[in-house]
Design a protein around this ligand. Structure first.
Ligand code: SF4
Length: 241
């Protein structure tokens, strides 16, 4: 059998095992599969190398079998959590990869902004929906977000994660919490990083984290978790960790 075009995935990078640095699975060992391409252009995106088509030449065409082979190699064949990230991983068909890995005991988590729904969301073990607040420069289509939840059909453990840069973003997060009261909500401060930058401004990040923690702890109307980006605390904005 030959691999057809529909079997080819655009992959920006595969790395790990490392720890999940964000959201509901923070601290959990995982291998990352970062796909190339995104339908958004967030102003503070920290993975533009997996978004902008000017980096397309760096994205490797791989079959889902090759991707799973690399995951197996990195994890020494020990089944573990695989995190599908991007870019927006939802714009490619990852169903065959998920199915292939799950047969061998791997679990799959995916993070997406909730702009593109796919039937295979219900095959995931974990789904993080990460709508982008006003500071990103993007506008959320809540109808498409609802489509993503419908596609998941309550099967993966689903949570919402929102980056908060300022008061306007905080209000957006509060509105999202009201809209989706059953989704656990994780908030994290913005990590400003420019194209190709690897250094991070720890003082600014720490200040924003304190500001956000104080906002949430003094807010009787919002039920949310406040988390840092754990991988940034450990490794800064270095790629591939
Ligand atoms: S949705 Fe995510 S990957 Fe896409 S541009 Fe925004 S921050 Fe970057």
């Amino acid at each position: 059998m030959t691999d057809t075009d529909k079997d080819i995935l655009r992959i920006s990078e595969i790395f790990g095992p490392t720890i999940q640095g964000e959201g509901a699975l923070i601290g959990r060992p995982t291998v990352f599969v970062r796909t190339g391409g995104c339908d958004y252009r967030c102003g503070w995106c920290d993975t533009m190398y997996a978004v902008d088509s000017k980096y397309r030449a760096q994205w490797k065409p791989m079959t889902f079998k090759d991707v799973m082979g690399k995951v197996r190699e990195l994890s020494s064949d020990k089944p573990m959590l695989v995190t599908l990230s991007g870019g927006n991983p939802a714009i490619q068909n990852l169903e065959p990869l998920i199915r292939l890995g799950q047969v061998s005991g791997y679990q799959f988590a995916m993070e997406t902004q909730g702009s593109v729904a796919q039937d295979w969301f219900s095959d995931l073990d974990f789904l993080t929906l990460s709508p982008k607040p006003p500071s990103s420069g993007m506008e959320t289509d809540w109808g498409k977000f609802d489509d993503c939840l419908a596609a998941a059909a309550g099967k993966p453990a689903t949570s919402m994660k929102i980056v908060v840069f300022d008061e306007v973003d905080y209000d957006y997060a509060c509105d999202a919490a009201v809209r989706y009261p059953d989704l656990p909500l994780y908030l994290q401060p913005c990590n400003p990083v420019g194209d190709n930058e690897t250094e991070c401004d720890r003082v600014t990040i720490d200040e924003r984290l304190r500001w956000l923690a104080e906002k949430v702890t003094n807010d009787n109307n919002l039920n949310a978790f406040v988390l840092p980006q754990l991988h940034v605390m450990i490794w800064g904005n270095k790629r591939g960790v």
